[in-house]
Design a protein around this ligand. Structure first.
Ligand SMILES: Cc1cc2nc3c(=O)[nH]c(=O)nc-3n(C[C@H](O)[C@H](O)[C@H](O)COP(=O)(O)O)c2cc1C
Length: 175
């Protein structure tokens, strides 16, 4: 299995039904996968230790951004992580090749069901369209953007749905 680093961004992991279960499953089933829980590390003041984050990224072959979908994007601390950690000369720009060749996986949950992520649905756009900024980011930093793993319909998820999603997500991490 590739050296995998999960950058987890959930503002309320203790009340989460999906991301908390995914996190617990990683801890139980995949002890070699490293998790950096951004809200636990930096939720107080949003002051990110850029060097520590970059060091962790450099050691990984695969980086996962795991989060609940907020306003068709990620929670603010992951956005700030992207702003602060993916620096010029390191992630992009002249000699900014430190992430080149690594894999990038998005793993996220949405409240709305899949039926809402269509032209005729309430959200009008597909999930794949909405995550284009992440694809563009991956392109700029030279990572391979893996097919995203996402779970639709967190609001109505049954225990069986959650178990299935855990199995699928763990499978993706094992690949
Ligand atoms: C501030 C906020 C914004 C949200 N925006 C969206 C959204 O744009 N699309 C969507 O499907 N769900 C949205 N949701 C619902 C969350 O995605 C959902 O509660 C989460 O994926 C469930 O995961 P969890 O059990 O790990 O918290 C939002 C929730 C909050 C609190």
């Amino acid at each position: 299995m590739k050296e995998t680093l999960v950058i987890l961004a959930h503002p309320n992991i203790e009340t989460s039904t999906i991301n908390r279960r995914w996190k617990e499953a990683i801890e139980q089933q995949l002890p070699n996968v490293k998790i950096r829980d951004l809200y636990s590390l930096y939720g107080q003041n949003f002051q990110i230790d850029v060097q520590a984050e970059q060091d962790a990224c450099e050691q990984a072959e695969r980086i996962v951004w795991q989060f609940p979908f907020y306003w068709y994007s990620c929670p603010p601390l992951l956005k700030k992580w992207i702003d602060d950690v993916l620096t010029d000369q390191w992630a992009y720009g002249k000699d900014g090749d430190r992430l080149h060749g690594k894999e990038l996986l998005l793993a996220f949950s949405t409240g709305s069901g899949a039926e809402r992520y269509h032209r005729e649905g309430r959200n009008k756009y597909t999930v794949e369209e909405l995550i284009f900024p992440f694809r563009a980011t991956s392109n700029l930093i030279g990572t391979t953007f893996l097919p995203p793993y996402y779970f639709n319909g967190a609001y109505v998820a049954t225990e069986e749905d959650i178990q299935t999603s855990i199995a699928h997500y763990m499978e993706r991490l094992r690949m």
